[in-house]
Design a binder for this molecule. Sequence first.
Ligand code: KG4
Ligand code: ZN
Length: 361
Amino acid sequence: MNRSFLTVLGIETSCDETAASVVRGPADAASLERGEIISNIVASQIDDHAPFGGVVPEIAARAHLSSLDAIIARALEEAEITLEDVDALAVTSGPGLAGGLIVGTMTARAMAAVAGKPLVTINHLEGHALTPRLVEEVAFPYLLLLVSGGHTQVLRVDGVGDYTRLATTIDDALGEAFDKTAKLLGLPYPGGPHVETAALKGDPVAFKFPTPLTGKGFEDTLDMSFSGLKSAVRRAVEQADPVPLADICASFQTAVAKVLKDRLERAMDTFDKPSSLVVAGGVAANKALGDQLRALAANKGWHWVAPPPALCTDNAAMIAWAGLERLRLELVEGDAGIRPRWPLDKDAATRIGGGRKGAKA
Ligand code: KG4
Ligand code: ZN
């Protein structure tokens, strides 16, 4: 590649955010230089789904269809470029809800064909996994904690396309556990931010909630389980009158932090030497958890990377960046259509449930 910079238009429609973004970054694959987000438009459908307490696939697909063209136009307009100026388009082709993936990939395919530009199809999880390199100079390998409404994974990232899943949830995803806890307490959807706010006024050790799969007897697994925690919250709610909402939220976060720290510390110990610990996904926006994980990283001499909340939750800048990383390595696979189920680590066993709510990532 003889140009020093590449410009990629990213498109994301895998769940309940319709998003488009223009990202520029070095064409040299060996460069550690971060990317530049020229525009980043995200239209959230939260208000459309909130009355149902979760994402409704049909509503999501219709909303993507009606707004995607305008979102893409805005992303190009804010970047002050036209389609002619981009080097490639990148689109999420899985995992996610089929309806939304179809809208995104068909649109991207048509635009790429018309403009005569390459199309890079991206795994949504890879978008999350490579985000730290968009915002900072982060070298491989690093350890990634991906915690969202649909996924809870600890991944070792050795390179673009080279991911090893060290741990996953065997039941609820962590964001789902936050959302279900919020629901039990009568807090609105999505519950994570509400639980975090309520917890600020609570006693973090008022309740001793369970931390399944940690401690003695579980040395062989790094997997996590959050459904027991949710049941314990339900019992606490049923037994108290009035319900000590803030104490329950704070104690819930204490149990979650304990599980995450236990898992990450052991995952860090599988590395030869200190590296970078990166968090991504909607739950990574939680400051109380972030503070504890940052302290863990510092204790172990690791570099801590927490992308800003807007890049932790679903967005198209991460898809554009993943496209750019693939383009400059010439790791562009043929357009294989949509892949609603698409694990990042092909060798990792599928877990029952596996934290897939619909297919949110
Ligand atoms: O990554 P994301 O925006 O969407 C996908 O799941 O793909 O993550 C949304 C999840 C929701 O479950 C939401 O409750 C949770 O992230 N979340 C939080 C916080 N902000 C969002 N959980 C805990 N604390 C937060 N501050
Ligand atoms: Zn996601």
